[in-house]
Design a protein around this ligand. Structure first.
Ligand SMILES: C[S@@+](CC[C@H](N)C(=O)[O-])C[C@H]1O[C@@H](n2cnc3c(N)ncnc32)[C@H](O)[C@@H]1O
Length: 507
């Protein structure tokens, strides 16, 4: 059985710096948290070794470990994708023999165990770089700069590549995210991009006392290199951080930073469903998504490309002239606006939390479709969307906010709000039928679990829930990075293939 989930399944395969940077900024800290949490809650020990005992269903594991089944599943599906755990056709799990061998090495196990307390203190790396001092965390002093040097910059090699790989995922992946975070937050990346050279000058221009370890760590990542007169970005990093890309990276890192504490305490969430970053809390969610909406706005062009492509795909089978469209959980407004721009007589209703709609208004105006817009603040968990009022309803990246138990209810309200020949458009991360990939999707689902939000589904899981509310025809079409599900009542024509990419938008 091989790995089914592609990118970053094996970190030693050559990948471009761009791919790595994307991984480090987003999913690397999730990877370390995944492995550390699986160890903390006893998951690796509770699994039987493949071929040496009965594989176990997630419910049995949850009962034995006193954990939430949903939480354990979000760990297990990722570990299957990465090939450290195996899953049979009846969704029973066992430990891959190579994982059992590694974890049976007691000295190695102790080294893993010793890494666990460092998560919290490493979240303060930027402070240590600034002060040049150890940080205070929960009443103790932690020398995070030395720790970073010992683990990432000048590490002691392990006995085998398998040990190296496991430790890399367990510890160094998270450190890489922190290195980028600290380099972004401190302004070090910006100074390097401006061509500041010597360590002293870099320290002065960023008001940091100890930029040295960070510069060396960035060198290990292939981002910086030593030059006669100091330091510089590598040519590849320079190209990647050109123009708006650096600001975008720093902003996306700041989103990752907001997950750090919750990742470090994920064992509490998996055990007791205690959510450290609870996005079901309206106040937390309002703040988080208001920031997110600005963040999405910063990458408007990329998102707009996807939404325009979806709109063009739908327009291929259903002209949008005069259509009434409802965009639920609009976020930035970019989905509804793409549909509005497909025809000058399409009218779009943008639905989201009031605080988020403030940014949506600005975006919709910028896209010159404000004259055909209605802004509808409300709660998507309870809102009645009306009866047969809309030709098209879009749910862009919004179902993953809902717990699986809440999905049938929103589908029922949406089906009721669609005209008899109306079409539902879902943009989501749709899992494969085994639910063990793609990897990026699983990490996305892992964060949704961590924040007390929803779950990801496979195409057939969607088809079943949609059929239950009368939307008996559905198709799943891959977009770049995510999927589109179109659904309607019997006899309504749905797209069968993606429209070609539209010309670059003029935003
Ligand atoms: C993951 S974002 C997706 C944003 C956008 N559709 C996109 O694709 O970029 C989920 C959206 O659902 C909204 N949302 C979350 N909980 C909500 C609630 N209870 N009521 C209304 N909107 C909510 C958030 O404000 C956010 O804009």
């Amino acid at each position: 059985m091989g790995t089914s989930c592609g990118f970053m399944a094996a970190p030693h395969e050559p990948v471009s710096l761009a791919q790595s940077l994307h991984f480090w900024a987003r999913n690397a800290s999730n990877e370390s948290a995944l492995f550390q949490t699986a160890l903390r809650v006893g998951l690796f020990d509770a699994l039987t070794v493949e071929g040496r005992g009965e594989p176990l269903p997630v419910e049995t594991l949850a009962e034995r470990l006193g954990c939430s089944a949903r939480g354990l599943r979000s760990l297990l599906e990722l570990l299957v994708c990465l090939d450290f755990v195996r899953m049979d056709d009846t969704r029973r799990f066992s430990l891959a023999p190579h994982t059992a061998t590694l974890l049976g090495d007691s000295a190695f196990r102790q080294q893993l165990q010793a890494e666990l307390p460092w998560w919290g203190p490493m979240g303060l790396l930027a402070d240590a770089v600034k002060s040049g001092e150890p940080v205070d965390f929960e009443g103790q002093r932690w020398d995070v700069l030395s720790h970073l040097r010992e683990r990432l910059v000048a590490p002691t090699p392990f006995a085998t590549p398998a040990h190296e790989d496991f430790f890399d995922r367990f510890t160094r992946s998270g450190l890489r995210t922190q290195v980028l975070l600290a380099a972004g937050q401190s302004g070090l990346l910006a100074a390097l991009a401006e061509d500041v050279r010597t360590e002293q000058a870099l320290g002065e221009s960023t008001s940091t006392r100890a930029p040295g370890v960070l510069l060396e760590a960035l060198a290990v990542l292939g981002m910086t290199r030593r030059q006669e007169d100091g330091w510089a970005l590598t040519p590849e990093a320079k190209t990647l951080l050109e123009g708006k890309a650096l600001a975008y990276l720093v902003r996306s890192l700041s989103v990752s930073a907001r997950y750090w504490e919750a990742l470090g305490r994920l064992d509490e969430t998996v055990r007791h469903e205690r959510y450290v970053l609870d996005l079901k809390d309206p106040e937390v969610s309002g703040r988080f998504y208001a920031d997110n909406s600005q963040q999405i706005t910063a990458v408007f062009a990329t998102h707009f490309q996807l939404s325009r492509r979806a709109a063009a795909t739908l327009a291929g089978v259903r002209p949008l002239e005069g259509a009434a469209v409802l965009d639920i959980g609009t976020g930035s407004g970019v989905w509804g606006a793409a549909f509005a721009r497909t025809s000058s007589s399409t009218h779009v209703t943008y639905f989201d939390q009031a605080i988020v709609l403030e940014q949506v208004r600005r975006n919709v105006a910028k896209l010159e479709v404000a004259d055909r817009a209605r802004f509808w603040p409300g709660n998507l968990f309870t809102q009645d969307f009306g009866a047969a009022d809309f030709d098209v309803i879009i749910l862009p990246q919004v179902l993953n906010v809902l717990s699986p138990k809440d999905v049938p209810d929103i589908f029922a309200r949406v089906a009721r709000a669609l005209r008899p020949d109306g079409i539902l458009v879902i943009a989501e991360y749709v899992l494969n039928e085994r639910r063990d990939g793609p990897l990026d999707h699983l990490y996305f689902g892992f964060r949704r679990f961590m924040t007390n939000e929803g779950d990801l589904l496979s195409a057939s899981e969607y088809a079943k829930l949609l059929a239950d509310v009368g939307l008996t025809t559905s198709v799943c079409i891959p977009l770049p990075t995510q999927e589109l599900v179109f659904a309607a009542r019997d006899g309504v024509a749905l797209p069968t293939a993606l429209a070609p990419p539209p010309r670059p938008p003029s935003v």
